[in-house]
Write a protein that binds this ligand. Structure first.
Ligand SMILES: Nc1nc2c(c(=O)[nH]1)N[C@H]1C(S)=C(S)[C@@H](COP(=O)(O)OP(=O)(O)OC[C@H]3O[C@@H](n4cnc5c(=O)[nH]c(N)nc54)[C@H](O)[C@@H]3O)O[C@H]1N2
Ligand SMILES: Nc1nc2c(c(=O)[nH]1)N[C@H]1C(S)=C(S)[C@@H](COP(=O)(O)OP(=O)(O)OC[C@H]3O[C@@H](n4cnc5c(=O)[nH]c(N)nc54)[C@H](O)[C@@H]3O)O[C@H]1N2
Ligand SMILES: [Mo]
Length: 764
């Protein structure tokens, strides 16, 4: 067995030809802003960057990492700056642009070029006769959409949200959906941390993580699994660095040696900008995709070995008072052989026993994870195994310990908090019914996967998208694409042009909205909004930059406009008043969730915002059994099936030069790759073993057997340090290869990190 533990202190692993330098180290504000996107930022943009993520400023639209009460001088990272500069582009994409470009031309453009066309500026309607978008007025758009919605069966309509819309806009969106008559409220979260929302809820009674920032000052071991901090949530590197300098150990499970978790240069410290850096991971284990489930079981097995040898390792008091189901997990750990664990995890037992020992010796442990755990067929069960490990030593519900998913979009967690959910049981429907005098629908709504399947089978007739790029982000993007044309109604509320907008239905509207950094002026004055971060803190956000165009409206105003044109009058529902003053929406949120949002209006403005509370943190377990639950999985791997000969597991990747389908450029600096995103990464020995060669053009074929053929050609085979039987490729370029049918069994989160594929030479 190859030893896949890389020595994190070595400057260059010989098997990592592309390894780059440390993460961070991004230099001065002006210089950085210019370099990042090759444009000179205006004084207004620089001013807004200075106030980003600070009280009185706007909260970044990049990742969801916590905003500390005492911010750094520049409390943002490379990605946050890029997001703001990109959002505040001054070029606009309006009627003239659409008059000049046919749909065919737009189809030929890349994700980057579509967004680089600038900010959408005018409400547009798709004109089938002309084959392009044409300008329309706001009133005409609202009336047209309202009339179309009235003609449709509400149950056949989907309201999708991407995780950027504020708490206030999200609340209005879900209320509109329910007043109209459906719970079809999938969110980008359905492709992301839905595994967390379902599995953590089931096992510990909390759909979100249990940690707050203070815990990171008290932990002595952090386990990282499948989260790429340097690329996906760079501000978190500060927190990790501080903990490491205090003596906290970090152990990472990731098939790729991600630079951000190997070492970090802190741009906020002069000495480090001059060259020093901090080694972050004490041990870096290149686990096989989906291998975390077995690796975690290995750690548990080691804990039982030590318990047998020494006793006192397992927290028996905690387990007796708070949990159920230990016996099953103990039996599984004892009966599963190290050979099995090594085979599934791809990791040698001595490393797993070492980590198990460190876990057993650590007083306070925090487990951090991301898409590497959630985007698997047995993702929920993998989280169950992580919870098992944490429960063994009472590492949930006390200071310095806990389980902490790192969320993606800046308000994705908050949207779920205020009712964007296809699961009616998670929403206070009775209270909503009383407050607004109506009968909310009680039936289960559609997830992202269900919505895509409904578009394919014709049962979805209308699709409204509040932000995001659904058509490019979903699995089976190529197969679902053509079915869009058959939808009766398509409405996109967006800031920039993207692939989803190039898929018109019979009636199609494209509505441009403000971004969070822009001033949102309504009848009562400039509006503040609020968002929730990954650690469940809620903050005010105030945009101050002049809007990119006078014709833009806020998401709140657009939702109110469509809702008014669709729904019959209701004496308890006041769209105009709510749009005039968002604090009235906050008052409604506070009434519906009084415990979490107490004194919302005041507390969201204090430095560090306010914590909405978490019962699992207090060791109150809101699960079916009323206890924290140990669980036994059905599988020893996160993967849906064993790989056959010649098959590889595809993990799809994001670079630091993209935010989801927003592709800023072709660099993947932290992985030492650049210039081409149409690549397949594979380890050099396996390239040779497969009779292929580096630089060769290859074709990737999906090996999941469900009757559909999926393949992508024109990919450049690139040698990269990956475990055996694993290939990497970029999201969203390869989304056509991932089957909708391959998703987490508990939550339907797509298996974006666990699709079996074959790689063959491309050619005539
Ligand atoms: N720059 C940038 N930042 C972003 C985003 C972006 O696109 N670009 N997107 C935002 C969003 S919406 C989200 S959800 C987050 C996502 O952020 P992350 O949770 O970090 O998700 P990914 O980058 O998709 O993958 C994370 C890591 O999982 C590893 N991995 C793959 N398969 C496995 C596995 O089976 N096991 C383990 N242990 N690791 C595995 C990959 O090598 C990768 O390093 O980032 C947010 N922030
Ligand atoms: N293969 C593969 N597929 C994946 C993933 C993966 O790891 N691998 N990750 C999945 C994950 S974690 C996620 S979260 C999804 C992301 O899926 P989405 O959230 O749907 O996609 P984004 O690319 O974030 O959406 C970008 C678009 O949002 C619009 N936008 C930006 N800001 C705003 C705003 O403030 N308001 C409005 N109304 N619109 C705005 C712009 O028009 C922009 O083009 O993709 C998923 N798909
Ligand atoms: Mo995400």
């Amino acid at each position: 067995m190859t030893d896949h533990a890389a020595d994190p202190s070595s400057e260059q692993d010989p098997r990592t030809p592309h390894y780059g330098g440390p993460a961070g180290g991004w230099g001065s504000l002006e210089g950085m802003a210019k370099l990042l996107l090759d444009e000179t930022p205006t004084p207004a943009v620089l001013d807004t960057l200075r106030r980003q993520n600070k009280p009185g400023g706007h909260m970044c639209t990049s990742c969801a990492w916590a905003k500390p009460a005492k911010p750094h001088a520049a409390e943002f990272c490379e990605n946050g700056a890029k997001a703001t500069i990109w959002d505040l582009a001054r070029n606009t994409c309006g009627p003239e642009f659409f008059a000049a470009h046919s749909m065919d031309e737009l189809w030929g453009m890349t994700d980057h070029d579509l967004e680089a066309a600038g900010r959408l500026s005018h409400p547009m309607r798709f004109d089938h006769a002309a084959g392009r978008y044409v300008e329309t007025g706001w009133d005409e758009a609202f009336a047209g959409i309202g009339a179309a919605l009235k003609r449709l069966d509400p149950k056949s309509v989907v309201f999708y949200t991407s995780g950027r819309a504020s708490l206030e806009a999200s609340f209005m969106w879900q209320l509109f959906a329910r007043l109209y008559g459906h719970n079809n409220l999938p969110d980008s979260s359905n492709m992301c941390h839905e595994t967390t929302s379902v599995a953590l809820k089931k096992f510990i009674g909390s759909p979100v993580g249990t940690c707050v920032l203070d815990d990171f000052d008290h932990c002595d071991l952090m386990l990282f699994a499948g989260q790429n901090t340097g690329t996906s949530s760079p501000r978190f590197l500060h927190t990790i660095q501080k903990a490491v300098e205090r003596g906290c150990e970090v152990i990472t499970f990731n098939p790729i040696r991600e630079a951000g978790l190997l070492r970090f240069r802190n741009p906020q410290r002069v000495t480090q900008m001059l060259g020093g850096s901090t080694d972050l991971s004490d041990l870096y284990l290149q686990v096989r995709p989906g291998g975390d489930l077995a690796a975690l079981l290995g750690l548990i097995k080691r804990v039982f070995e030590l318990e047998d040898e020494e006793g006192g390792i397992i927290d028996r008091d905690f387990i007796a008072a708070h949990t159920t189901g230990l016996d099953g997990v103990e039996a599984l750990a004892r009966v599963t052989s190290w050979e099995m664990i090594e085979a599934h995890s791809g990791l040698p037992r001595h490393h797993l026993r070492d980590v198990g020992t460190r876990y057993a010796r650590a007083r306070n442990v925090i487990a951090m994870y991301g898409m590497g755990l959630t985007q698997h067929v047995h993702g929920g069960e993998t989280l169950g195994m992580l919870v098992n490990l944490m429960l063994l030593r009472g590492n949930i519900g006390r200071q310095g310990a806990g389980i902490s998913p790192v969320r993606g979009h800046s308000n994705v967690q908050g949207q779920r908090t205020v009712g964007i959910s296809e699961k009616p049981e998670l929403v206070p429907l009775e209270a909503m019914a009383r407050l607004f005098g109506f009968e909310p629908p009680q039936d289960e709504g559609r997830t992202t996967v269900d919505a895509a399947e409904g578009i394919l089978d014709g049962s979805v007739r209308g699709f409204l998208q509040l932000g995001g790029n659904f058509a490019r982000s979903i699995p089976d993007a190529t197969r679902v694409g053509p079915a869009w044309a058959d939808l009766d109604l398509v409405v996109n509320v967006a800031t920039k042009l993207n692939g989803s907008h190039l898929l018109p239905g019979r009636e199609t509207w494209l509505l441009p909205c403000l971004v969070r950094a822009e001033e949102d002026m309504q009848d009562s004055g400039a509006q503040t909004v609020s968002i929730e971060d990954s650690l469940s803190h809620i903050f005010a956000s105030l945009g101050k930059v002049a809007p990119a165009a006078e014709t833009l409206r806020s998401e709140h105003a657009i939702i109110g406009g469509i809702a008014k044109a669709t729904l019959p009058p209701n004496p308890e529902v006041h769209w105009d008043d709510w749009v005039a003053d968002y604090s009235r929406v906050r008052a409604l949120i506070e009434r519906l969730w009084p415990e979490q949002f107490e004194d919302y209006e005041t507390r969201m403005r204090q430095p560090g915002g306010f914590h909405k509370g978490n019962k699992a943190r207090e060791r109150i377990w809101q699960t079916e059994s009323g206890r924290a639950e140990f669980t036994v999985p059905d599988s020893l791997s996160g993967l849906g099936s064993d790989l056959k000969p010649e098959e590889y597991t595809l993990i799809t990747l994001r670079s630091n030069d993209q935010f989801n389908t927003t592709v800023y450029g072709l660099d993947d600096r932290l992985r030492g790759l650049s210039g081409n995103r149409m690549v397949v990464l594979m380890n050099p020995a396996e390239i040779a073993g497969a009779g292929l060669s580096e630089g060769q053009q290859v074709r990737m074929i999906c090996a999941s057997e469900d009757g559909h053929r999926r393949e992508i050609g024109g990919l450049t085979l690139t040698g990269y340090d990956l475990p055996d039987r694993c290939v990497g490729a970029y999201y969203p370029e390869v989304n056509g290869i991932i089957p909708l049918s391959l998703h987490d069994r508990m939550s339907k989160t797509p298996a974006y990190k666990g699709t079996p594929v074959r790689i063959v030479a491309d050619g005539p």
